[in-house]
Ligand binder design. Structure first.
Ligand code: DGL
Length: 272
């Protein structure tokens, strides 16, 4: 029998929707409760202590529902705080770093892997550690990209957008100079820029989507359980600010109605 409790998913903002989209594809019967901390995004330029504090509050909010697992659909939290969250939570907690590193190690042919992420993710060295645990010979060229999350949150995603192109050209230059054949988009916001990243990186490099890999990991954990009577999972969205703006962007990205399923959360109340 399938455990019908929802899966909780959280991120600092929109980025975790990249995991939600893949979860709905891989596990179409599952109910999902999503929390995006839009009032405090970005997390990636904050200290590890602050990221852990926010992540604990995000977990506390989700654990207020009768859920069966939490997907930490945030590279920054996964890279800096996953161990603490796992130790404190009586449910499976699935992060994005390990599944993304595993995928990159499987698809790289040259062993030269590029990594882009937030400042906190790159500073943590978490992706490198996971990659080296799988294959010591993998050479990682990493670059923090602090301006990409605000761009995505502002809905600036197009490969034709000059600001997007210029920024990506600067951020990806060291990776391309190093001849990487695989790029881990180490922040879950970045797959929203996948077309723009591909346009700048050219056809040579394959992109790894961490949310997609975490979704795959989650579906392996719970199985897909196709049910004849499956009505399609129910999605609920909670954000800590600007419900309308979030819903607008989320509708474009998920290609489904979000506004009537989106609610505001007061994180000051959760924090007490
Ligand atoms: N999606 C988050 C991540 O994967 C963005 C972090 C941020 O808010 O800076 O890292």
């Amino acid at each position: 029998m399938r455990d019908t409790r929802p899966i909780g998913v959280f991120d600092s903002g929109l980025g975790g929707l990249t995991a939600v989209r893949r979860l709905t594809e891989a596990m179409p019967c599952e109910d999902i409760i999503y929390f995006g901390d839009t009032g405090r995004v970005p997390y990636g330029n904050r200290s590890n202590e602050t990221i852990l504090k926010y992540a604990r509050q995000d977990m506390k909010f989700l654990l207020g529902f009768d859920i069966k697992a939490v997907v930490v659909a945030c590279g920054t939290v996964s890279a800096t705080a996953l161990g603490c969250l796992e130790a404190e939570t009586p449910l499976p907690v699935i992060g994005v770093v390990k599944p993304a590193a595993k995928k990159a190690s499987e698809i790289t042919k040259t062993g030269r892997v590029g990594l882009i992420g937030t400042q906190a993710s790159i500073r943590s060295g978490a992706y490198e550690r996971e990659l080296r645990a799988i294959n010591r010979d993998i050479l990682v060229t990493a670059r923090a990209c602090p301006l990409l999350v605000p761009l995505v949150e502002a809905g600036r995603l197009s490969p034709e957008d000059e600001v997007v192109r210029l920024l990506l050209a600067e951020y990806l230059a060291p990776l391309l100079d190093a001849g990487v054949d695989t790029i881990i988009m180490g922040c879950t916001h970045y797959p929203l820029l996948a077309d723009a990243i591909s346009a700048v990186a050219g056809n040579g490099a394959r992109l790894v989507d961490p949310g997609a890999e975490a979704a795959r990991e989650t579906s392996l954990l719970f199985g897909n359980h196709p049910e004849r009577e499956c009505r399609g999972g129910h999605l609920r969205f909670f954000v800590s600010d600007n419900v309308e703006g979030f819903a607008q962007n989320a509708e474009i990205f998920l290609e489904r109605a979000v506004a009537e399923h989106a609610e505001l959360v007061d994180m000051d109340v959760i924090a007490t």
